[in-house]
Design a protein. Structure first.
Lengths: 208, 208
């Protein structure tokens, strides 16, 4: 059957979201439409605010609440208590959140917006690699010189390729910057018996 | 870490949706925020239209696109080609859609909005059972007298309880209405070996 247009449009559009399909989206539609008017209004406003009340930090590319400051910096970049000489480079916002939630990192971040892929070369154009390099260069003559760059990328082939590329590009700046990567080995709670060979090799090499 | 307020609000609100959790919702947020402005605007409008461009049919309780008609009837109830003497009673909108998609049913519908549960008696107040009974009664003196009511409810204990209750209530109207239920047995593609006893009993009893 032809669904009513507003519902059809919604299902079509929202089933593009990662992890949602047309069936689940259809169920969401009717769930939403069965809520009280007040709840519906809250959903609507929350959705609108996501677009109208956020901004991207021009320094680290994290997303923050819109504020009246001119520099549009996010809270982390504005925080003077943090160590601005250490940058942790991550693929995406959710990686930043996971690292922040450890409460163990006090430096700042840089969000790449993706990883370098051997297949999809167009994707590389969208990454914020040039901004990262410019940021490091610019800091060289400031009191907050960047001393360490942590490449906190996924231990996958795309992650490794990006690490390789970034390491080379940063070294070429000739600014005497320490480049570090995340330790590799067995995950907490993991079992030696079931670990794959690559993980075990990493764990052996990283023994201490 | 504290997420920016518009994001925190979104995650909190949208992870209430059935089948969505905070992790997936967080991923959706950043996916949405990475789309082009035009795409974001389309998402926003589709979302707004879901609330502002829909209405509930006062006859069958299906949801339809807002139109300028005074009676606010949905397309199915307005369709003169359909058989208005047969009502198919379903639990929810998605059940109606599944039945419509068979292209085998030409009658009209009635959406109950749920099933009678032995535990949750408050839920029963929200069902459109009184509207169904009033609709049947009202039709008795009209040219479109309702002759058959199909109780197309899930073959579960709640479905059976609701069928039992509705059957009794409709019989008490004394209007000589045929009450039918969906056939029960093996699903298409099912295997006798793995069918549960209840299904096999139903299949044996419904043999023809």
């Amino acid at each position: 059957m032809e669904l009513p247009k507003p519902i059809k449009d919604f299902v079509q559009r929202f089933s593009q979201l990662p992890g949602l399909g047309p069936r689940q989206t259809t169920r969401l539609v009717f769930w939403l439409l069965h809520q009280k008017e007040e709840t519906q209004r809250e959903f609507y406003h929350t959705f609108a605010n996501l677009f109208f009340q956020t901004q991207t930090c021009p320094n680290c590319f994290f997303i923050s609440e819109k504020n009246n400051s001119e520099d549009k910096l996010c809270e982390i970049c504005r925080d003077r208590q943090r160590d601005h000489s250490t940058i942790c480079v991550v693929e995406k916002e959710t990686d930043l959140i996971s690292i922040e939630n450890t409460n163990k990192y006090r430096g700042v971040y840089h969000i790449l917006g993706g990883l370098i892929s051997e297949i999809d070369t167009a994707e590389r154009q969208k990454l914020t690699i040039p901004h990262l390099l410019a940021r490091i260069k610019k800091s060289a003559n400031s009191p907050h010189k960047i001393k360490e760059v942590i490449l906190a990328l996924n231990p996958t082939s795309e992650g490794n390729l990006t690490i390789y590329y970034l390491e080379k590009a940063i070294r070429e700046l000739n600014l005497d910057i320490k480049i570090t990567k995340l330790g590799r080995g067995l995950p907490h709670g993991g079992e030696v018996e079931f670990a794959d060979a690559e993980t075990l090799v990493n764990a052996l090499e990283g023994r201490k």
